[in-house]
Design a protein around this ligand. Structure first.
Ligand code: ZN
Length: 276
């Protein structure tokens, strides 16, 4: 499932194709995504420009000059591509923004857990109300030692499940939680409240580092994720524990990577390097 680095990769790639470009028309297939989308409700004036493309949590926001905002979520298998005017429609193409310059942005989603929603905002740069109250961005300055300490202090469930709870931490998900915990030498089953200050700070740095490294590699492709140009994210080649069951630990500690189930999800870790 696309997490923060994958969504950031897609958002960054879309910007030069969309910002300041005028919309010719929008269209949608008759298949329902996660939420119904009625584009007849969306009246886009002639020459309406796209003024901004940004990410918040795992949402991609496309803001128009008339204060309409498209909020897209890639779900499990959503991908977005840019095509020129001669493109051939593919199976599972569900939403189209056709631009006056002849190019089109196309949202494709075989499993249809993704979504596209339309909102109107009151002033530029405003977020739709449903995005208020999300946890801070892990790469922002707000996600700091103080925030992390308050977050973990009284939470007795496992640190890994805390990192994966999107109400508490946004966009980390299973792969990056495993990788950050390995990098910080922390046992994924340890209670969040029991982490020492040193461990907390090491983990905080590890989360940011893993997310930044992945963004620089264009995200991680395990099965479905594709970048806007159709290629795979290369962070898959840099994973230290995720998907490496029974392979030797990269720290040469003598152990192999183990896989356990936590909350129904495969959790990869090194029993030697992540003892405490
Ligand atoms: Zn090890």
């Amino acid at each position: 499932m696309p997490e923060l680095p994958e969504v950031e990769t897609v958002t960054n790639a879309l910007r030069p194709h969309l910002i300041n470009k005028s919309i010719r028309t929008i269209a949608a297939s008759d298949k329902k995504l996660r939420f119904p989308l009625d584009i007849s409700q969306c009246r886009i004036p002639d020459d309406c420009r796209i003024t901004d493309v940004k990410r918040r949590a795992k949402y991609i926001l496309i803001e128009l000059e008339n204060l309409t905002i498209f909020v897209m979520h890639l779900g499990m298998s959503g991908n977005i591509r840019i095509e020129n005017s001669k493109f051939i429609r593919k199976n599972h193409d569900h939403f189209f923004i056709h631009l006056k310059n002849g190019t089109s942005m196309i949202f494709n989603d075989p499993r249809r857990f993704g979504s596209i929603r339309l909102f109107t905002i009151d002033k530029p740069n405003q977020l739709p109300i449903f995005l208020n109250g999300l946890p801070p961005e892990p790469l922002s300055n707000t996600f700091d030692e103080n925030y992390f300490s308050t977050l973990l202090k009284f939470r007795t469930k496992s640190i890994k499940s805390i990192l994966m709870d999107s109400k508490l931490v946004t966009g980390v998900g299973n792969i990056y939680a495993c990788e950050a915990l390995f990098r910080a030498n922390i046992n994924p089953q340890k209670s969040g409240a029991k982490l020492s200050k040193k461990q907390r700070n090491k983990l905080l740095k590890a989360i940011k580092k893993v997310l930044i490294d992945s963004i620089e590699s264009g995200g991680t492709t395990i099965s479905d994720f594709r970048k806007v140009d159709g290629t795979e994210g290369m962070y898959s080649l840099k994973l230290n524990v995720y998907g490496r069951e029974q392979q030797p630990c990269i720290n040469e500690c003598g152990s192999t990577i183990k896989r356990i189930k936590m909350g129904g999800r495969s959790t990869y870790h090194c029993p030697i390097c992540q003892k405490s």
